[in-house]
Design a protein around this ligand. Structure first.
Ligand code: ATP
Ligand code: MG
Length: 289
């Protein structure tokens, strides 16, 4: 089964854009060109076969490290098949594709996804990925852990309201815990403009700041107050990457690119407008709900 085809359970357009635009180096962008092909991922029994890129060998080293450390919430690297695709273990459940179902929007889903992310960080302090991995780090910032760099609902697999695994490590590389937390908060709180809530299927009344406070209650970080700037900068980098690729797109992809440019522009504005609310939330301890 090809799970990347339009009409399948996924939402390939947003997934492709979210991941593809995170890359900033020319080499990485080149990698992504092949990776966002529609039939990139196939499920075959209890394995997943994925087209490889230049980052893949480095990612395999990470996946081997994680399974060796007892991390059961990432695909295991099983080898390379005759077609040159990586073979990964299949994690049972459903990815949190957009628009999300109610169980994926629950607090339990967010909490369990965050616990997986935190454990990924804890198990990779001091771990060095070999050359070839995607690069996102802010110049001058030390890579204290390995970040997933795309820790969003569509890259978690859920069993009802429980996150069972984190997938799609194509963007993984050195970073700071707060880098993953910022993107996680953007996608899971979510810190998205009211006009954009439809995209993830979020109900209009979703308690964005309560959920944001909860994220930092469960996974505190002394740099939490950098959140607005980190997300605005990240969205800016995503917009730049889309804009750079847009001239070579065919009309349907260009239309999708324009839709995403507008979504991210509105979200940047929202975060600027809500800066004080965001800072209050990350300073507030979760009250229990
Ligand atoms: N190890 C896995 N276990 C279970 N399902 C998986 C696994 N890997 C991929 N999938 C399924 O395939 C879909 C796409 O996989 P993945 O996220 O790896 O690629 P992608 O999002 O299409 O690629 P990209 O984000 O790079 O455009 C997922 O949403 C999920 O449904
Ligand atoms: Mg994905």
């Amino acid at each position: 089964m090809s799970v990347g085809e339009p009409g399948s359970s996924g939402s390939p357009a947003i997934v492709a854009f979210c991941a593809a635009v995170l890359q900033s180096s020319a080499q990485s962008r080149e990698d992504r060109e092949g990776l966002i092909a529609e039939d990139k991922v196939h499920v075959d029994g209890d394995t997943v076969r994925r087209v490889m890129g230049r980052h893949s060998n480095s990612v395999h080293t990470l996946l081997v490290h994680l399974s060796g450390a007892g991390f059961g919430n990432a695909p295991r690297f099983l080898g390379i098949d005759d077609s040159g695709r990586e073979v990964l273990s299949y994690i049972a459940g459903r990815a949190g594709d957009y628009p999300m179902q109610a169980p994926v929007q629950s607090l339990a889903a967010m909490d369990s996804a965050l616990a997986i992310l935190r454990r990924l960080h804890d198990l990779t302090t001091g771990f060095l990925m070999p050359d070839g991995h995607a690069r996102h780090s802010v110049p001058g910032a030390s890579g204290e852990v390995i970040c997933h760099w795309d820790a969003a609902p569509y890259n978690f697999v859920f069993d009802g309201t429980r996150a069972a695994g984190l997938i799609d490590f194509d963007e993984a590389g050195p970073g700071r815990r707060i880098d993953d937390l910022a993107y996680f908060a953007y996608r899971f709180a979510p810190l998205t403009s009211t006009e954009n809530l439809y995209d993830g299927g979020w109900p209009a009344g979703i308690d964005r700041f309560g959920r944001l406070a909860r994220i930092f209650e469960l996974y505190p970080d002394p740099r939490a107050e950098q959140l607005p700037d980190l997300i605005v900068d990240r969205l800016g980098a995503m917009r730049n990457a889309i804009t750079a690729r847009r001239p070579s797109m065919d009309p349907p992809d260009a239309a999708e690119a324009d839709r995403h440019l507008e979504i991210y522009r509105r979200d940047q504005q929202y975060i600027e407008d809500q800066r004080e609310e965001i800072l209050n939330a990350v300073r507030t301890r979760f009250q229990g709900r």
